[in-house]
Design a protein around this ligand. Structure first.
Ligand code: ZN
Ligand code: FE
Length: 239
Protein backbone atom coordinates (compact mmCIF):
# COMPACT_ATOMS: atom_id res chain seq x y z
CA UNK A 1 0.00 0.00 0.00
CA UNK A 2 1.20 3.50 -0.76
CA UNK A 3 0.95 6.16 1.95
CA UNK A 4 -0.83 9.25 0.65
CA UNK A 5 -0.48 12.71 2.15
CA UNK A 6 -2.83 15.45 0.96
CA UNK A 7 -0.96 18.77 0.60
CA UNK A 8 -3.23 21.83 0.10
CA UNK A 9 -1.96 24.67 -2.12
CA UNK A 10 -3.28 28.02 -3.35
CA UNK A 11 -7.01 28.69 -2.76
CA UNK A 12 -8.39 25.20 -3.35
CA UNK A 13 -5.79 22.93 -5.02
CA UNK A 14 -4.38 19.68 -3.68
CA UNK A 15 -1.14 17.94 -4.46
CA UNK A 16 -0.52 14.41 -3.19
CA UNK A 17 2.70 13.07 -1.73
CA UNK A 18 2.99 9.31 -2.30
CA UNK A 19 5.33 7.10 -0.31
CA UNK A 20 5.77 3.53 -1.52
CA UNK A 21 6.71 0.92 1.10
CA UNK A 22 10.18 0.47 -0.42
CA UNK A 23 10.99 4.16 0.00
CA UNK A 24 10.27 5.56 -3.46
CA UNK A 25 8.42 8.88 -3.22
CA UNK A 26 6.42 10.94 -5.70
CA UNK A 27 4.41 14.13 -5.75
CA UNK A 28 1.31 14.44 -7.92
CA UNK A 29 0.47 17.87 -9.42
CA UNK A 30 2.76 20.25 -7.52
CA UNK A 31 1.45 23.59 -8.81
CA UNK A 32 3.28 25.15 -5.86
CA UNK A 33 6.53 23.42 -4.80
CA UNK A 34 6.56 24.83 -1.25
CA UNK A 35 4.14 22.44 0.52
CA UNK A 36 6.06 19.51 -0.99
CA UNK A 37 9.44 20.86 0.12
CA UNK A 38 8.11 21.55 3.63
CA UNK A 39 6.67 18.05 3.96
CA UNK A 40 9.83 16.35 2.65
CA UNK A 41 12.04 18.45 4.97
CA UNK A 42 9.90 17.77 8.01
CA UNK A 43 9.95 14.03 7.40
CA UNK A 44 13.51 13.72 6.11
CA UNK A 45 12.40 12.31 2.75
CA UNK A 46 13.79 12.45 -0.78
CA UNK A 47 11.71 12.93 -3.92
CA UNK A 48 12.06 10.52 -6.84
CA UNK A 49 9.21 11.44 -9.17
CA UNK A 50 6.98 14.36 -10.07
CA UNK A 51 3.76 13.16 -11.67
CA UNK A 52 1.36 15.45 -13.58
CA UNK A 53 -2.24 14.73 -14.55
CA UNK A 54 -2.41 17.53 -17.16
CA UNK A 55 -0.62 20.66 -18.34
CA UNK A 56 -2.42 23.46 -16.45
CA UNK A 57 -0.17 25.78 -14.45
CA UNK A 58 -1.79 25.01 -11.08
CA UNK A 59 -0.71 21.37 -11.55
CA UNK A 60 2.80 21.77 -13.04
CA UNK A 61 4.36 25.10 -12.02
CA UNK A 62 6.33 23.50 -9.16
CA UNK A 63 7.95 20.90 -11.44
CA UNK A 64 11.14 22.82 -12.25
CA UNK A 65 11.94 23.84 -8.67
CA UNK A 66 11.41 20.28 -7.38
CA UNK A 67 13.41 18.72 -10.20
CA UNK A 68 16.30 21.12 -9.55
CA UNK A 69 16.26 20.56 -5.78
CA UNK A 70 15.82 16.76 -5.68
CA UNK A 71 16.79 15.55 -9.14
CA UNK A 72 13.34 13.98 -9.41
CA UNK A 73 12.11 12.75 -12.80
CA UNK A 74 8.97 14.20 -14.36
CA UNK A 75 6.26 11.70 -15.34
CA UNK A 76 3.47 13.17 -17.47
CA UNK A 77 1.04 12.61 -20.34
CA UNK A 78 2.87 12.10 -23.64
CA UNK A 79 0.27 14.23 -25.45
CA UNK A 80 0.97 17.21 -23.18
CA UNK A 81 4.74 16.75 -22.81
CA UNK A 82 5.55 19.79 -24.96
CA UNK A 83 3.31 22.08 -22.91
CA UNK A 84 4.57 20.68 -19.60
CA UNK A 85 8.23 20.73 -20.62
CA UNK A 86 11.28 18.72 -19.51
CA UNK A 87 9.27 15.47 -19.18
CA UNK A 88 11.45 12.41 -18.51
CA UNK A 89 8.85 9.65 -18.65
CA UNK A 90 5.94 10.06 -21.08
CA UNK A 91 2.81 8.02 -20.46
CA UNK A 92 -0.15 7.18 -22.66
CA UNK A 93 -3.44 5.39 -22.10
CA UNK A 94 -2.91 1.92 -20.67
CA UNK A 95 0.73 2.41 -19.69
CA UNK A 96 1.92 1.07 -16.34
CA UNK A 97 4.46 3.08 -14.37
CA UNK A 98 6.12 1.39 -11.39
CA UNK A 99 6.40 3.49 -8.23
CA UNK A 100 8.74 1.16 -6.37
CA UNK A 101 6.77 -2.07 -6.37
CA UNK A 102 3.42 -0.32 -6.84
CA UNK A 103 1.89 -0.39 -10.31
CA UNK A 104 0.29 2.84 -11.49
CA UNK A 105 -2.01 2.59 -14.50
CA UNK A 106 -2.44 5.63 -16.76
CA UNK A 107 -6.02 6.11 -17.95
CA UNK A 108 -6.55 8.74 -20.63
CA UNK A 109 -9.48 10.97 -19.74
CA UNK A 110 -9.95 13.62 -22.42
CA UNK A 111 -12.34 16.50 -21.74
CA UNK A 112 -10.80 19.05 -19.39
CA UNK A 113 -7.67 18.83 -21.57
CA UNK A 114 -7.21 16.42 -24.47
CA UNK A 115 -4.23 14.51 -23.11
CA UNK A 116 -5.22 14.38 -19.42
CA UNK A 117 -4.42 11.17 -17.58
CA UNK A 118 -5.94 9.75 -14.40
CA UNK A 119 -3.64 7.50 -12.38
CA UNK A 120 -4.87 4.29 -10.76
CA UNK A 121 -3.05 2.29 -8.09
CA UNK A 122 -5.02 -0.97 -8.01
CA UNK A 123 -3.18 -2.46 -5.02
CA UNK A 124 -3.93 0.65 -2.96
CA UNK A 125 -7.43 1.24 -4.42
CA UNK A 126 -6.44 4.85 -5.10
CA UNK A 127 -7.27 6.96 -8.14
CA UNK A 128 -5.89 10.43 -8.86
CA UNK A 129 -8.30 12.22 -11.15
CA UNK A 130 -6.72 15.67 -11.60
CA UNK A 131 -9.41 18.01 -12.95
CA UNK A 132 -11.51 15.26 -14.60
CA UNK A 133 -13.71 13.90 -11.80
CA UNK A 134 -14.30 16.07 -8.74
CA UNK A 135 -16.29 15.00 -5.74
CA UNK A 136 -19.90 15.53 -6.87
CA UNK A 137 -18.62 17.33 -9.96
CA UNK A 138 -16.76 17.23 -13.25
CA UNK A 139 -13.97 19.35 -14.73
CA UNK A 140 -14.65 22.19 -17.11
CA UNK A 141 -14.45 21.40 -20.80
CA UNK A 142 -11.47 23.54 -21.83
CA UNK A 143 -10.31 21.38 -24.73
CA UNK A 144 -12.68 18.46 -25.18
CA UNK A 145 -16.39 18.00 -25.76
CA UNK A 146 -19.07 16.77 -23.38
CA UNK A 147 -18.96 13.49 -25.30
CA UNK A 148 -15.21 13.15 -24.57
CA UNK A 149 -15.85 13.78 -20.89
CA UNK A 150 -18.82 11.39 -20.80
CA UNK A 151 -16.56 8.64 -22.18
CA UNK A 152 -13.85 9.53 -19.67
CA UNK A 153 -16.37 9.27 -16.83
CA UNK A 154 -17.40 5.83 -18.12
CA UNK A 155 -13.76 4.66 -17.89
CA UNK A 156 -13.54 5.83 -14.28
CA UNK A 157 -16.90 4.31 -13.38
CA UNK A 158 -15.70 0.91 -14.64
CA UNK A 159 -13.14 0.75 -11.81
CA UNK A 160 -14.01 -1.11 -8.57
CA UNK A 161 -16.56 0.63 -6.34
CA UNK A 162 -14.14 0.70 -3.41
CA UNK A 163 -11.69 2.87 -5.37
CA UNK A 164 -10.86 5.99 -3.39
CA UNK A 165 -10.90 9.15 -5.50
CA UNK A 166 -8.34 11.90 -4.93
CA UNK A 167 -9.25 14.93 -7.08
CA UNK A 168 -7.07 18.01 -7.48
CA UNK A 169 -9.45 20.69 -6.18
CA UNK A 170 -11.59 21.25 -3.09
CA UNK A 171 -14.73 22.15 -5.04
CA UNK A 172 -16.98 19.77 -3.16
CA UNK A 173 -19.32 22.22 -1.39
CA UNK A 174 -20.04 24.21 -4.52
CA UNK A 175 -20.55 21.02 -6.51
CA UNK A 176 -22.91 19.67 -3.86
CA UNK A 177 -25.21 22.66 -4.27
CA UNK A 178 -25.57 21.94 -7.97
CA UNK A 179 -26.18 18.21 -7.41
CA UNK A 180 -28.88 19.03 -4.86
CA UNK A 181 -30.58 21.43 -7.29
CA UNK A 182 -30.89 18.55 -9.79
CA UNK A 183 -31.52 15.70 -7.37
CA UNK A 184 -33.61 16.99 -4.45
CA UNK A 185 -34.90 13.69 -3.09
CA UNK A 186 -31.57 11.88 -2.92
CA UNK A 187 -30.99 10.79 0.71
CA UNK A 188 -27.42 9.62 -0.02
CA UNK A 189 -26.68 13.08 -1.39
CA UNK A 190 -28.08 14.78 1.72
CA UNK A 191 -26.01 12.51 3.96
CA UNK A 192 -22.84 13.25 2.00
CA UNK A 193 -23.55 17.00 2.10
CA UNK A 194 -23.89 16.87 5.90
CA UNK A 195 -20.53 15.07 6.10
CA UNK A 196 -18.93 17.60 3.74
CA UNK A 197 -20.18 20.57 5.77
CA UNK A 198 -18.80 19.00 8.92
CA UNK A 199 -15.38 18.42 7.34
CA UNK A 200 -15.17 21.95 5.92
CA UNK A 201 -16.09 23.53 9.26
CA UNK A 202 -12.99 21.75 10.60
CA UNK A 203 -11.04 22.90 7.52
CA UNK A 204 -10.45 19.25 6.53
CA UNK A 205 -10.42 17.92 2.94
CA UNK A 206 -13.62 16.27 1.72
CA UNK A 207 -11.54 13.71 -0.13
CA UNK A 208 -10.76 10.94 -0.67
CA UNK A 209 -14.24 9.73 -1.47
CA UNK A 210 -15.18 6.27 -2.71
CA UNK A 211 -16.40 5.66 -6.24
CA UNK A 212 -19.45 3.96 -4.66
CA UNK A 213 -20.45 7.21 -2.93
CA UNK A 214 -19.73 9.25 -6.04
CA UNK A 215 -21.99 7.01 -8.11
CA UNK A 216 -24.81 7.71 -5.64
CA UNK A 217 -24.24 11.44 -5.30
CA UNK A 218 -22.42 12.88 -8.35
CA UNK A 219 -25.11 13.96 -10.80
CA UNK A 220 -22.65 13.67 -13.71
CA UNK A 221 -22.25 9.96 -12.95
CA UNK A 222 -26.01 9.55 -13.25
CA UNK A 223 -26.17 10.85 -16.83
CA UNK A 224 -27.21 8.03 -19.14
CA UNK A 225 -26.10 9.62 -22.41
CA UNK A 226 -23.60 12.14 -23.73
CA UNK A 227 -26.56 14.47 -24.43
CA UNK A 228 -27.77 14.28 -20.83
CA UNK A 229 -24.20 14.78 -19.61
CA UNK A 230 -23.77 17.79 -21.88
CA UNK A 231 -27.01 19.39 -20.67
CA UNK A 232 -25.82 19.05 -17.07
CA UNK A 233 -22.40 20.51 -17.88
CA UNK A 234 -24.06 23.53 -19.56
CA UNK A 235 -26.40 24.08 -16.59
CA UNK A 236 -23.48 23.83 -14.16
CA UNK A 237 -21.54 26.50 -16.09
CA UNK A 238 -24.10 29.11 -15.12
CA UNK A 239 -25.20 27.73 -11.77
ZN1 ZN B 1 -6.87 22.02 -14.86
FE1 FE C 1 -6.71 22.68 -11.76
Amino acid sequence: MIKIEILPMFEDNYSFLLQSPCGVNAIIDPGDPTPTINFLNKNGLKLDFIINTHHHWDHVDGNAALKAKYGAQIVAPEKEAVQIGDVDIKLKDGDIFMLGEEAMLAIETAGHTMGALCYYFADSSALFTGDTVFSMGCGRLFEGTAEDMFKSFAKIMALPDDTMIYCAHEYTRGNAGFCLSQDRDNEDLRARIAQVKDLRVQNKPTIPVSLAIEKKTNIFMKAKSAEEFSALRIKKDTF
